[in-house]
Ligand binder design. Structure first.
Ligand SMILES: [Zn+2]
Length: 482
């Protein structure tokens, strides 16, 4: 079975974060009442004309920069004709021959059995197109309804070359694209809301075959996990089919998440089936080098640039930097905290330690933190300047994670604030020594283990008065003076 080589290409649809739709001023907001975000334009009433959203074109170009693409300075919009009620025009505006971006390259890194792998995946193209509406089929006694809120929201379609060979690579690639588009600020990549969706083209071939096998396309995968499972199943299905003497047919398949299987939807259409032709109502796009350069200058800081900053300017390790950069929401939180308290290493340590621990336990989520970066930075600073002990800082963080709040206030209320009242420290130590004669004489006779017990007695009384180090030093002094 393993004599076959899988050949995989991806098509990723990403909804752009423009405020309005591709050809009209309707809102692109998620949700809302049925057909609340609709006008005669995106409902395809006769006589309406499209007006291209400049921002959408700019965002598509930014995606191109993020994926190391070249650009077609002369770009054309086409009509992709198909008759289905999710698009009331009976065609979708898309791009066939002259897409905005071409020839990109994205590097992926992933691990298999503890071994790090790296691979470059070529991007064939990124084109701009409009999304379709949504059809509602359930509980309507055989009638379907159409909701066009999503209709004509600007999308980019990212098409790879068939450079992907495994489910792991497919997953790593989609994760990387999601990260790059989020850092570029063009898509929120919420797969569960459908703002990032993935189609997978798969064929298999023998090493000696001169050309690729017949491919099947699996449509609309909406989580990284289903992408991996669908790819694995489809490779298995095609291998088994060929081994049993069957033939792979060119078709579109759907992945059933519950059963973990792909199923045939329809035979696959070719480009000519859609009778593409340039849309006479939409202006062609012409870019000068200066215009492209001015868009490039608006590119936000990308992950590899943050990595350099974290390593070189902040002195973080590569591993810590990668943890923080791995989620833009975490990286933004980190940067905001560093702005409030200029100790990048200390803030990083608290994030990669205690904060990630609570996130991994599912106690807090980055999307919904009950405290802000400023409050978090203040806590780290309080621990660094010994206003609270490192241990108590963790307890304060637990309270902040549960119900939010200002760390200074929590420290005061809980008695964690270190006052450095030396009179009080000596008073407690002396009384502990007096009340534990047996332990003290054991210690003096060389049983050093009881030191921990004496230390604990002092710490109980001195919570919030001083750091454990002060207690330890003073206790040692007193004991050796006896
Ligand atoms: Zn509209």
């Amino acid at each position: 079975m393993s004599t076959y080589i899988p050949v995989i290409g991806l098509e990723i649809h990403a909804e752009l974060l423009t405020e309005s739709k591709l050809f009209c001023s309707c809102s692109t907001e998620f949700g809302g009442g049925k057909n609340a975000h609709c006008c005669p334009g995106c409902a395809a009433m006769p006589g309406t004309l499209p007006a291209m959203n400049r921002k959408a074109v700019e965002f598509a170009i930014k995606a191109g920069y993020a994926l190391n693409c070249s650009f077609n300075k002369f770009s054309v919009f086409d009509r992709k004709n198909y008759f289905y009620p999710d698009l009331p025009k009976a065609y979708q505006n898309s791009q066939l021959d002259l897409p905005l971006c071409i020839n990109g390259l994205v590097n992926i890194e992933y691990e298999i059995d503890g071994v790090k792998k790296s691979k470059d995946i070529r991007i064939n193209r990124i084109h701009l197109e409009e999304d379709a509406g949504k059809l509602i089929h359930d509980d309507l006694n055989g009638v379907s309804l159409a909701d066009y809120n999503r209709g004509s929201i600007p999308l980019i379609e990212i098409v790879t070359e068939p450079d992907i060979g495994t489910a792991e690579e497919a997953k790593a690639f989609v994760e990387k694209i999601s990260l790059l588009l989020q850092y570029a600020g063009v898509c929120d990549c919420k797969m569960e809301q459908g703002s990032l969706r993935c189609d997978v083209n798969i064929s298999i071939m023998k090493p000696t075959d001169a050309k690729f096998g017949t491919r099947a396309e699996i449509k609309n995968l909406n989580s990284i996990k289903s992408i991996g499972r669908a790819v694995e199943y489809e490779i298995y299905r095609q291998e088994r089919t060929l081994e049993m003497g069957g033939k792979i047919i060119q078709e579109t398949r759907r992945f059933d998440d519950n059963k973990g299987e792909t199923r045939s939807m329809r035979t696959k259409e070719n480009a000519q089936d859609y009778r593409y032709f340039p849309d006479p109502d939409i202006l062609q796009v012409n870019f000068t080098d200066e215009e492209l350069e001015s868009i490039r200058k608006t590119m936000p800081e990308m992950p590899y640039e943050r990595l350099e900053r974290y390593k070189n300017a902040y002195g973080l390790s590569e591993a810590d930097s990668m943890i923080i950069i791995g989620q833009i929401i975490l990286s933004d939180f980190y940067d905001n905290a560093v702005k409030k308290y200029d100790n990048p290493k200390s803030i990083c340590n608290f994030i990669t330690g205690e904060m990630m621990r609570r996130i991994n336990l599912g106690e807090i989520s980055l999307e919904d933190l009950p405290f802000d970066a400023g409050e978090f930075a203040l806590l780290v600073q309080m621990a660094d300047t010994e206003k609270v002990s490192k241990n108590d800082a963790k307890s304060i963080f637990r309270i902040m994670s549960e119900k939010g709040g200002n760390p200074e206030k929590i420290a005061k209320e809980q008695g964690y604030l270190i006052t450095n009242d030396t009179g009080r420290v000596l008073e407690v130590i002396e009384s502990v020594i007096k009340n534990n004669e047996k332990a003290v004489s054991q210690y003096k006779n060389g049983d050093l283990k009881v030191f921990g017990f004496l230390m604990g007695q002092c710490s109980k009384e001195l919570k919030g008065v001083c750091t454990p180090k002060v207690i330890k030093d003073e206790l040692e002094n007193k004991l050796s003076a006896l």
